[in-house]
Design a binder for this molecule. Structure first.
Ligand code: NAD
Length: 499
């Protein structure tokens, strides 16, 4: 069995804590490797190395820093197959979807080629007599990212690419369920010319996370994961005086108006509801058809599509729509929620609970499930399921449909399917959700815009990637300067104003 490492100071470092977590192949249920779980002293060592390396990196001009990312992007392309295989083997998603995970991160690395432009400050000549005023964007120092299992390539890159391009050193604490790709990414950054110590991967669990939250030299933390952990990290990190942004769970609704192109809506729901086995924070988990006639037609069209979903291991190639869930606990939780939906009175139109894959009976597969007549009081409506389960919650009219996402605790993504520009415009304007699709089911913004949810899906005031990432990973220094040219005005006791 492979023993994974940390990656500190530009090399692989064996774990010393004596604690490990098993890593499974979700398609077979076999343990394939173990990952070390860092203790406080291992984290301290990584932070000390990072802090020392950061001084020279911050002094490296931003164009040279951006060139490391250019080379990194080349290396990602060259290693795409190897990375995707490693990702699918630990996560379970299909190879094309694993490549999408990598490419969505790579696109953020590409955005960071523009770091020299994004880091430019502002200058006012003659802000007062003989006075110039300018502001600089400076890196924070050592910063950290704590990332979830469901996008083990994309989300680490969302975090470390802008942070490093801005001149920081980075401590990445990836998910302990699929840490191999984050380790490979760090190796590729070294191969691309990143100085040792600027990107460090410290594997671990709560102990490593708590060490990050309390570490005096870690200036900022970017977290992505479930909402209870996001709230915990935001609270503890902020109370320690750090800059913190946390992105949490989701319950994404898609409203289907009576005038929508239903075939298009069904395609959208099948992809957005069941892709990656529903283990996406932007998955659509609630379809809200407006009016019973729309709902009846929608469910009639959806049911055969859900029954026909092709489920299997990533090794089956392009013939698979989605793979297993990540762990046995994840599978059991999803099955428990489906059972609760039946008990609480929802109509299980397609039942995937008994799905079993010949030759992969120990894998963590769950077949596609489709519920109709889901109501707000049910657990399947209230909780994020994070599995291949789509809930249809019927609404009588547009206002009732709108209230569902509006009154939901989460606010990550949402969509409306309609041919009516008026309805779409009203929805975009009124909805209290961070990312909105109009006839687009998973409205994930591209790298040069920013990504972030509202309400219990996002804590902190800046989003991920795009220009916000450079704001988050830098702080502004504003300089007021005067060269007095021999004029002596004497002491001033009144606050200077522009009067
Ligand atoms: P998770 O919250 O279990 O874990 C995320 C990270 O937190 C991991 O690195 C983990 O090691 C750490 N962690 C877990 N428990 C901890 C604890 N008690 N104390 C300290 N640290 C702890 O999330 P997950 O299961 O890996 O990922 C799935 C969740 O992430 C879903 O809720 C999904 O919606 C969310 N997600 C959100 C976004 C977004 O941008 N909003 C994107 C992807 C995933």
């Amino acid at each position: 069995m492979d023993e994974l490492t940390h990656y500190i100071g530009g090399k692989h470092v064996k774990g010393r804590s004596g604690r490990f977590a098993d890593i499974y192949n979700p398609a077979t249920g076999e343990v394939q490797s173990k990952v070390p779980l860092a203790n406080g002293s291992e984290l301290d060592e990584a932070v000390a190395i990072a802090a020392e390396a950061q001084i020279g990196w911050a002094a490296t001009n931003p164009q040279k820093r951006a060139r490391v990312l250019m080379k990194f992007v080349d290396l990602l392309h060259q290693n795409m197959d190897k990375l995707a295989e490693a990702l699918s083997r630990e996560h379970g998603k299909t190879i094309p979807d694993a490549k999408g995970d990598i490419i969505r991160g790579l696109e953020v690395a590409e955005f960071c080629f523009g770091a020299p432009h994004l880091l430019k400050g502002e200058f006012t000549e003659g802000a007062g007599p003989g006075i110039d005023m300018y502001s600089l964007r400076q890196p924070l120092g050592v910063v950290a990212g704590i990332t979830p299992f469901n996008f083990p390539a994309m989300i680490p890159m969302w975090k470390f690419c802008p942070a490093i391009a801005a001149g920081n050193a980075f401590i990445l604490k990836p998910s302990e369920r699929d840490p191999s790709v984050p380790l490979m990414l760090a190796e590729l950054m070294s191969e691309a010319g990143l100085p040792d110590g600027i990107l460090n991967v410290v594997n671990g669990d709560k102990e490593a996370v708590d060490g990050i939250l309390d570490h005096p030299l870690i200036m900022a933390i970017g977290f992505v994961g479930s909402t209870p952990i996001a709230e915990y990290i935001y609270g503890r990190g902020c109370s320690n005086g750090k800059r913190v942004q946390c992105f949490g769970g989701a319950k994404n609704h898609m409203i289907i108006m009576p005038d929508a192109d239903l075939d298009q809506a069904v395609d959208a729901l099948v992809g957005a509801g069941y892709g990656a086995a529903g283990e996406r924070c932007m998955a659509i988990s609630v379809a809200v058809p407006v009016g019973d006639a729309t709902a009846d037609r929608l469910v009639e069209k959806l049911a055969p599509r859900v029954e026909a979903l092709k489920i299997g291991p990533y090794t089956d190639g392009n013939d698979v729509d989605f793979g297993p869930l990540v762990t046995a606990q994840a599978r059991d939780r999803v099955l428990g929620l489906v059972n609760s939906g039946v008990e609480q009175g929802a109509e299980l139109v397609v039942d995937g609970r008994d799905f079993s894959m010949q030759g992969y009976e120990n894998g963590y597969f769950v077949g596609g499930c489709l519920f109709d007549r889901v109501t707000r009081d049910m657990d399947i409506y209230k909780q994020e399921i994070f599995g291949p389960v789509l809930c249809v919650a019927r609404a009588e009219n547009y206002e009732e449909a709108l209230r569902l996402p509006m009154e939901n605790d989460y606010g990550n993504g949402t969509a409306i399917f309609t041919r009516d520009g008026d309805a779409a415009r009203d929805f975009v304007s009124r909805i209290n959700v961070g990312m909105v699709g109009v006839n687009v089911p998973i409205p994930v913004p591209l790298a040069y815009h920013t990504f972030g949810g509202w309400k219990k899906s996002g804590f902190g005031d800046l989003n991920q990637h795009g220009p916000d990432a450079f704001r988050f990973y830098t702080r502004t220094k504003t300089v007021t300067s005067r060269w007095p040219s021999g004029v002596k005005e004497g002491a001033e006791f009144v606050i200077p104003t522009m009067n």
